[in-house]
Design a binder for this molecule. Structure first.
Ligand code: 7TS
Length: 415
């Protein structure tokens, strides 16, 4: 496999790695594709595409329910992917890995089960001003239902959390702190270990939204001591429609069930139903079997390269891109935290981000423009939208140069 060759180098051999991602070879409007929309979704390596192909061509069957050989094979692969996810997060037990549709469903699951059982009238939930809507709306729904209140930690001008303000927000009414590990707009890497410590000192439950973190930094849920950690496979080179909710076993055991259906029961009689053990208790219905297997392949792929090497490479890329973009006339970076992932949001004087995105597309450069599902954050920044270039392990300095050159075209159009 190509990564075996790459793994022999101390730094990433990105040229070789790019061979793993066939989609990157194409041209857009006659120009080589420069894919810088990795925060929205990442591209998939052959290892993942092969796992999906292999599964549907040779192994497809439903899991857990069949006595036949194919069902046994599918079940083995499905279970193996859970162990891979456990290893990836360093969870203590595979029972703590719940398959979900993605980060969004993971957070909704916690809000609807743990939240409904533990949040009452007058209770408080602490979020931050940089949260994605999927870590705001589920808590809002719960707050409306229960008469509870949401508090939001404010940010510094560079886009860092005000930990002094967080400290002030925590009190005996606080039941949960739900915070993103990495901001999808600012790129800020939050000091989640410190945040967990601050909350745990007061016995407060902590959920971490890991959607933007897992592809860029190693995560160890036991070292962190968080209660819940959610991520989506598609943001770490895996398929869409699958992700993981990690939950501490004691909490998952105590929480009420989520959706009802096949696979999540012990025994069913009218009027008397018992539920399955972890993690199946939370996994009603035929699951996304292929997705789980594809996610397993993606996590294996990333672990084989090594997240520390990926992080080191992306930090170099971030430093280079920050320096180049800062020199573009009229460009203002939104998000200049000391500790960042390779996400660069920006606004260009007098040009709407959507126009920036459209002109860059003509040059083959894919970025995202909009509010990025972070409207409260846009309010804090005082802009309706930003343009965003977000990097992954296969991006290069040359691609940063193409981006900067393409931004020159924007200036020409609007001169
Ligand atoms: N949390 C964060 C921090 C995110 O960035 C996203 C998706 C989600 C949660 C939701 O993930 P999903 O896989 O369940 O949809 N963020 C983005 C983005 O920045 N551009 O497109 C999707």
């Amino acid at each position: 496999m190509a990564i075996a060759a790459a793994a022999q180098h101390s730094t990433l051999d990105v040229k070789t790695l790019r061979e793993d991602f066939p989609i990157l070879k194409q041209r857009i409007h006659g120009k080589p594709l420069v894919y810088l929309d990795n925060s929205a979704t990442t591209q998939k390596p052959k290892a993942v595409l092969d796992a999906l192909h292999h599964y549907y061509f040779e192994q497809n069957a439903n899991v857990h329910r069949g006595v036949h050989t194919l069902s046994g094979r599918a079940t083995d692969l499905y279970d193996a992917a859970r162990i891979t996810a456990q290893r990836f997060l360093n969870a203590a037990d595979p029972r703590e890995i719940v398959y979900v549709r993605g980060t969004t469903e993971g957070i909704n699951l916690v809000a609807q089960t743990w939240g409904r059982a533990n949040i009452g009238k007058g209770d408080e939930m602490v979020l931050t001003e940089m949260e994605h809507h999927s870590n705001i709306v589920p808590w809002h729904i719960l707050a409306q239902e229960k008469g509870a209140r949401i508090r939001a930690v404010p940010l510094t001008p560079s886009g860092e959390l005000r930990l002094d303000e967080l400290e002030k927000l925590l009190n005996e009414r606080t039941k949960i702190v739900a915070v993103t590990h990495v901001s999808n707009v600012l790129g800020t890497v939050n000091p989640i270990a410190d945040i967990v410590r601050m909350a745990k000192k007061r016995g407060i439950t902590v959920l971490i939204d890991g959607a933007q973190a897992v592809a860029h930094t190693a995560v160890d849920v036991q070292a962190l001591g968080c209660d819940f950690y959610a991520f989506s496979a598609h943001k770490i080179f895996g398929p869409t429609g699958i992700g993981v909710l990690y939950g501490r076993a004691a909490l998952l055991e105590a929480m009420p069930v989520y959706q009802g259906g096949g696979g999540m029961i012990g025994r069913v009689a009218f009027g008397n139903i018992t539920y399955a053990d972890l993690p199946y208790k939370y996994e009603a219905g035929t699951p996304n079997i292929a997705g789980a297997i594809g996610m397993g392949a993606a996590l294996e792929y990333v672990m084989a390269i090594g997240l520390d090497r990926i992080a080191a490479y992306e930090q170099e890329l971030l430093a280079y891109a920050t320096q180049r973009l800062s020199a573009v006339p009229g460009l203002r970076l939104t998000g200049t935290a000391a500790h960042k992932a390779a996400v660069l949001s920006f606004v260009l004087e007098d040009v709407h981000p959507h126009d920036v995105g459209t002109i860059l597309d003509r040059e083959g450069v894919a970025i995202r423009a909009g509010h990025h599902c972070c409207q409260p954050l846009m309010g804090h920044l005082g802009v309706p939208a930003t343009a965003r270039a977000s990097f992954a392990l296969y991006n290069t300095r040359d691609e940063v140069d193409v981006l900067v050159k393409a931004l020159g075209k924007v200036h020409e159009v609007f001169a």
